[in-house]
Design a protein around this ligand. Sequence first.
Ligand code: ZN
Length: 163
Amino acid sequence: MAIRNIVKKGDSVLEKKSRPVTEFNDRLHVLLDDMKETLAASGGVGLAGPQVGVLRRVVVVIETNVAEDEKEYFIELINPEIIFEEGEQTGPEGCLSFPGEYGIVTRPNRVKVRAQDRNGNTFEVEGEALTARCFCHEIDHLNGVLFPERAQRMLKPEELNNN
Ligand code: ZN
């Protein structure tokens, strides 16, 4: 495994649409393992292919909604699609590609995603609260959509000190 460089804002790769994954091979598995290591080292909760310069529909999210005695875990999503959404949440959102920047973004409070795993098997997974926000944010990345486009407003520097 290796930590990859995270692409930062201004790089046009972040604005491009990613292509579906069609081959569930070792190369994909290395990419996923590297993305998990990169995400773990970053302190973030989600990472999408374009953020490591790979225009493929691959997302890694950390499920943080776990019971106190459970460990957080990675969810790997290949070719993910949101198939159900419910409710609404409005709050601060950031992105590993926009260090130090946050905006107020409204997202569904609960979503169901259909995706494939690293071996190509289709599955469904639900996310609530931060995890739902994260699924939406990362899937946006696959379509070249960045969170400032979704934000009602960006937070000012003096507001960030409170976070
Ligand atoms: Zn992001």
